[in-house]
Design a protein around this ligand. Structure first.
Ligand code: FAD
Length: 379
């Protein structure tokens, strides 16, 4: 079976690696002409780490990032509402969350795939389902394929070409992300922190020895723009009542590298596939980032899809099975992430969340995390 992947983000690259591991003939097409120094940082959780281990790149990811021993939600002065126990945020194998620079993760995945299987500078334009194959057009080049995997993100063109009426859902929040050239004090060296102020959030973690990934989330209307000359001052003003470390982190960031993104997810699709085309990652089920699981879910898609295809079921049956195996967890993540984000930006919601955090026994928290971190071992 000849498989074509459209999109070389985290989901597309892991899908290529997973298919290659299981012996499929597969090629990936990405519109960017080169692998850019994209994004700021990312937290990769144990469910995704298990898949990266299976793909043989887990240790490189761990060594290139920072292992988080604690992840706490704190007040603006960085005092946790409830200190999270280490065993709650690691899985049954002791896998921890890894905080890593996005560009580093992309590079690790990219370099693990043979060069001849990746084609940069190819923008997907359209596809046509033929009786036995799909004809894909990249403008000047056309490719025939037995299966097309759309991994082209939340604004997926592949999705548009198989389904009409899909839409994004704006959360009412905008996020700024950056990499600060700074070293945190020892107590935060292996910590993932999300601090809550009045309807604003600021999160951070060390990603390399001298680099800190941070994100700031504020209620805002869509499609706003920034003045790069005043951006850092504006952000510092919004977080002026936060711990001085928060302001230090913003101050030590290059303003022109700060990324602004409106936070949206994708309205639930009825199906993720049609005929010989299937969607994975954000193209199928983009989530808001409040649970830090968007990329993790794309990485899980790669693992399930490749393993189910390898069982050589008829294609339609395999794609149905892929979807039914993934739906429950994806829905859980998308729905809870949305709820969490909405509550974190409302006064009443924050009170409810803090009460739930304080009252939920560690044992129950651990059970919830175990469910999130588990992946199917046998197919
Ligand atoms: C603020 C924020 C913080 C986040 N933090 C986390 C976190 O801590 N942990 C986590 O797990 N997730 C996190 N996420 C979610 C995560 O970033 C996404 O879920 C993940 O990057 C999606 O990967 P993807 O490969 O599906 O899509 P994308 O990363 O969007 O990749 C799509 C790729 O397709 C290419 N492409 C697009 N159109 C075409 C075309 N027509 N032809 C060819 N190529 C095309 C693009 O250039 C791109 O390379 C966060 C998201 C946000 C917004």
């Amino acid at each position: 079976m000849k498989i074509t992947i459209i999109g070389g983000g985290i989901a597309g690259l892991t899908t290529a690696l997973a298919l290659k591991k299981l012996g499929f003939e597969c090629e990936l097409f990405e519109r960017a002409k080169q692998l850019n120094e994209v994004g700021a940082g990312i937290w990769i959780q144990p469910n995704a780490i298990k898949v990266l281990d299976w793909l043989g790149v887990g240790n490189l990811v761990r060594e290139s990032g920072t292992l988080l021993n604690q992840v706490d939600i704190t007040n603006a002065q960085l005092i946790p509402f409830k200190k999270t126990k280490q065993e709650v945020i690691q899985d049954e194998r002791g896998n921890k969350i890894v905080a890593i620079h996005r560009a580093t993760l992309q590079k690790i995945l990219f370099e693990a795939i043979p060069e001849e299987n990746i084609h940069l500078g190819y923008e997907f334009k359209s596809l046509e389902q033929k009786e036995h194959q799909v004809k894909i057009s990249f403008g000047e080049r056309e490719v025939l394929s037995d299966l097309v995997i759309g991994a082209d993100g939340i604004n997926s063109k592949v999705r548009e070409s198989i389904f009409s009426n899909t839409s994004k859902r704006f959360s009412g929040q905008t996020c700024w992300r950056g990499i600060s050239e700074i070293r945190l004090p020892d107590e935060f060296q292996n910590a993932g922190i999300e601090s809550w102020g009045k309807k604003v959030r600021f999160g951070f973690s060390q990603v390399t020895e001298n680099q800190v990934y941070w994100f700031a989330v504020i209620k805002a209307s869509q499609n706003g723009t920034d003045n790069v000359n005043t951006l850092k001052t504006d952000l510092k003003n919004r977080f002026s009542d936060f711990n001085p470390w928060v302001l230090n982190i913003i101050e030590n960031t290059k303003a022109e590298k700060i990324i602004r993104s409106d936070i949206s997810d994708l309205k639930r699709l009825d199906k993720w596939h049609k005929d010989k085309v299937v969607l994975v990652g954000d193209a199928a089920h983009a989530t808001t980032p409040s649970m830090g699981q968007g990329a993790g879910q794309g990485i899980e898609d790669a693992y399930y899809l490749a393993n189910i295809l390898a069982k050589r079921n008829p294609l339609e049956q395999a794609l149905n099975l892929f979807e039914s195996n993934r739906r429950e967890k994806v829905d859980y993540v998308v729905n809870n992430s949305w709820r969490f984000g909405q509550m974190a930006h409302s006064d009443f919601g924050q009170i409810v969340m803090k009460t739930i955090m304080k009252l939920t026994p560690d044992k129950v928290m651990k059970q919830q995390m175990n469910k999130l971190y588990s992946i199917q071992e046998k197919f």
